[in-house]
Design a protein around this ligand. Structure first.
Ligand SMILES: Cc1cc2nc3c(=O)[nH]c(=O)nc-3n(C[C@H](O)[C@H](O)[C@H](O)COP(=O)(O)O)c2cc1C
Length: 215
């Protein structure tokens, strides 16, 4: 993987699908095989299959978060890369969560969550919160945000949110939160990135690129 030190995510860690999808053409009959040409190693039009969608969406590089929710008595966390910022005024963000995720009932019940941006050295944590036998918040260094939802203390940055909306997104639910607290406890650390099914830290040379501050 160019530009990152990396290792492949565990089998079954379905994540590449969380980046959105392009529309297909309605003119192509169902069942038409995906054409493969010299210029395109993968090309598919309607209908697209989930595996191909994951492959293509996996080429959109993202950061990696652990979404925490609940409170001191019962908190849960799940690894998520479908985070995006939505609005500055009011301050809104969203993430997409599989409808069968354990975290769903906790977010809907507590109506609050924290987005923890992982740093490059936290690949193990990303994996630990991505399995069905997921990690326990109590085993990870954490402290309460203003809402009482645990913040992972070694995260690069965090956003503490109150749930303001939830939308049907097929087999996922789109949760929109209003940011009520934020922080950057580890600002000099590299982020953890996800690309083509690989988790890794950015390499040093990417620091030289001019940052986009506005817009
Ligand atoms: C890098 C990465 C990104 C992921 N992103 C998402 C996501 O955006 N939404 C989601 O529902 N699951 C995502 N997953 C999968 C969940 O972490 C995993 O399926 C889940 O933790 C297992 O189910 P649970 O939520 O009930 O624990 C991702 C996994 C990995 C490794």
């Amino acid at each position: 993987m160019a530009g990152a030190t990396s290792s492949q995510a565990a089998p079954g860690a379905a994540a590449a699908e969380y980046g959105g999808a392009g529309a297909g053409s309605a003119d192509v009959p169902p069942g038409t095989p995906a054409p493969v040409t010299d210029r395109m190693s993968l090309h598919q039009a309607h209908p697209v299959d989930g595996r191909s969608l994951r492959t293509v969406c996996g080429m959109f590089v993202t950061g990696v978060t652990v979404i925490t929710s609940g409170d001191a008595d019962h908190a849960e966390g799940t690894t998520v890369n479908s985070f995006t910022s939505v609005s500055l005024d009011p301050p809104l963000v969203l993430f997409c969560l599989h409808n069968e995720s354990r975290l769903r009932a906790v977010v809907e019940g507590s109506r609050k969550f924290v987005v923890n941006f992982l740093q490059g050295q936290q690949e193990g944590l990303a994996r630990a919160f991505a399995g069905k036998g997921t990690a326990e918040i109590r085993d990870v260094a954490h402290h309460p945000s203003v809402t009482g939802v645990p913040v992972l203390s070694d995260a690069l940055a965090f956003l503490s949110c109150r749930l303001v909306d939830a939308f049907d997104g097929g087999d996922h639910t789109i949760f929109v939160g209003q940011v009520v607290e934020l922080g950057v406890p580890r600002q000099h650390q590299e982020p953890l990135v996800f690309f083509r099914g690989w988790l890794g830290a950015l390499e040093e040379e990417l620091r030289g690129v001019h940052p986009i501050i506005d817009g």
